[in-house]
Every structure is written in structure tokens, then in C-alpha cells.
Write a protein that binds this ligand. Structure first.
Ligand code: AMP
Ligand code: ZN
Length: 134
């Protein structure tokens, strides 16, 4: 794992240096506890919270604590972290008993509806999901 300098916010949350620099980023602010969110899970590399506009009974966002704009801006140095986000999604899906099926998705760019520019993996499940997606 890439080593990252950490700092602490006034509320005592650990925050990576990138997040401190990207202080205008909504999801960095959620990680830092500066904007409230319904936290589902947190570890040293990831933060998971309920999507504010859920598209299914389970709709959570898995985000790396490191500020990465999106998958097309990621580098090889981010590969392990990106893979780890998927393992976190699978762990949450197991805990929520989504064995009948779920979807993990990155929206990339305007045509895919990307609206927040901090990498986030959607985990959606709890209902039958159509294919192809809209
Ligand atoms: P995307 O459209 O792929 O960029 O996804 C951004 C997601 O973030 C959307 O599903 C939004 O509903 C969600 N979202 C935006 N603001 C918040 C927030 N403050 N707390 C939780 N989820 C949010
Ligand atoms: Zn960010």
C-alpha cells in the first residue's frame, strides 16, 4: 500500500493529506466529518456511507480516503486501492445478504451521470436490477 501522510481535523477525524488539500470536495468533507452522512463502514483506506438518493433498498457509496477524481484519472499506484474498494463492497453485500444479486458501478463522465468528482463505487442491491442499465 502506498504510504500516506495523515492529519487530524478539529473533530478528531483522521484525514489524508490529499483530502486536506481537496477541502472543496464534498466526499472529502464527508470523510472528515465536516458534512454529515450515514456511515456504514470505515477503515484506514475506505469510507462507506448511504447514498442520499437511494436507487434501491441498498445503495451505498464506497470511497477511498485518498482523493482520486475518477477511474480515468487513477494511476497504477491506485490499483490496489481500487481493487480493495470492490472487496469492501462484497463484504457489505454479504453482510446485507444480497446473495440474489447486486451491482457495483462507477459512473464516469457526464453521459454516465457522474456528479461528484471523488472516486466512488456504487453498491446497489435489494431489488431486481434491469440490464442494460438506463
Ligand atoms: P455519481 O452521479 O455517480 O457521481 O454519484 C454521486 C452520488 O452521490 C449520487 O448517487 C448522489 O445521490 C450521492 N450524493 C450526493 N451528495 C451526497 C451526500 N451529501 N450524501 C450522500 N450521498 C450523496
Ligand atoms: Zn475528495
Amino acid at each position: 500500500m502506498e504510504s500516506q501522510p495523515y492529519a487530524y481535523t478539529p473533530t478528531g477525524h483522521a484525514i489524508c493529506y490529499h483530502c486536506l488539500v481537496m477541502s472543496d470536495c464534498l466526499f472529502c468533507k464527508i470523510i472528515a466529518g465536516q458534512i454529515p452522512a450515514k456511515k456504514v463502514y470505515e477503515d484506514d483506506r475506505t469510507f462507506v456511507f448511504e447514498d442520499i438518493n437511494p436507487q434501491a433498498s441498498t445503495h451505498v457509496l464506497i470511497i477511498p480516503k485518498k482523493h482520486i477524481v475518477d477511474i480515468k484519472e487513477a494511476t497504477e499506484a491506485d490499483a490496489e486501492l481500487i481493487g480493495y474498494c470492490h472487496l469492501v463492497a462484497a463484504k457489505i453485500a454479504r453482510e446485507r445478504k444480497l446473495e440474489k444479486g447486486y451491482r457495483t458501478v462507477y459512473n464516469v463522465g457526464p453521459d454516465a451521470g457522474q456528479s461528484v468528482f471523488h472516486l466512488h463505487l456504487h453498491l446497489i442491491g435489494g431489488r431486481k436490477l434491469g440490464w442494460p442499465p438506463g
